[in-house]
Each structure stands twice: as structure tokens, then as C-alpha cells.
Design a protein around this ligand. Structure first.
Ligand code: FES
Length: 106
């Protein structure tokens, strides 16, 4: 099962197992990873599941679809490696993925 590492704003690292077919957001919420609020439950309608994809993983994770890109505009402190974690599906090649959480959501 792929493992995903979340690094919070204090530098604390948490690695969780993420079943295939889940999203990165679900892996965070179901493992009580802090700093990912996911208010809309994964409907791409809130931008409170914002994460920064580690530079080494950008090519693997890929770019946001247009709907996600539109919603990302509502995220604070948007960066080139920003993604909405509810829009990243867990796939085998994401094993080892590292994402960071922003200082604040929404
Ligand atoms: Fe709302 Fe991802 S959970 S946009």
C-alpha cells in the first residue's frame, strides 16, 4: 500500500498508509493528520485541503485540472507546487509521496 508523508508547518512529519483509490486528502483526514481541513469533503469546492507537493514529486503528481486550478485561486499563499489534496488520487507510483501543509487553510 502506498505511503504518503505529510510535513506540517512545525516540521513534524507523519507517514500514513493510503489505499489505492483514496485521495491524498482522505489519507490525511482518516489518519487525523492536522492542518488539512477539507471542509467540502472532497468536492473541489473549498480549497481547505491545500498542500505543497515536494519538488521531487511534481512530475509524478502532475498538474491540476482546470476545475482544481480555479479553486486553488481561493487558497492562501498559493505556490507553483500547490495542489488540492482531494484531487490527487492515490496510485501505486505515489508510494513515498511527500507533501507539506500551508500555514493556514482557506
Ligand atoms: Fe474541499 Fe479539497 S476538500 S477542495
Amino acid at each position: 500500500m502506498p505511503k504518503i508523508t505529510f510535513i506540517d508547518t512545525h516540521g513534524t512529519s507523519r507517514t500514513v498508509e493510503a489505499p489505492l483509490g483514496w485521495t491524498v486528502m482522505e489519507a490525511a483526514v482518516k489518519n487525523d493528520v492536522p492542518e488539512i481541513e477539507a471542509e467540502c469533503g472532497g468536492a473541489c469546492a473549498c480549497a481547505t485541503c491545500h498542500v505543497y507537493v515536494d519538488e521531487d514529486w511534481l512530475d509524478v503528481v502532475g498538474s491540476p485540472e482546470p476545475m482544481e486550478a480555479d479553486m486553488l485561486d481561493f487558497a492562501s499563499d498559493l505556490r507553483a507546487n500547490s495542489r488540492l489534496s482531494c484531487q490527487i488520487k492515490v496510485e501505486p507510483d505515489l508510494d513515498g509521496l511527500v507533501v507539506r501543509t500551508p500555514v493556514r487553510q482557506g
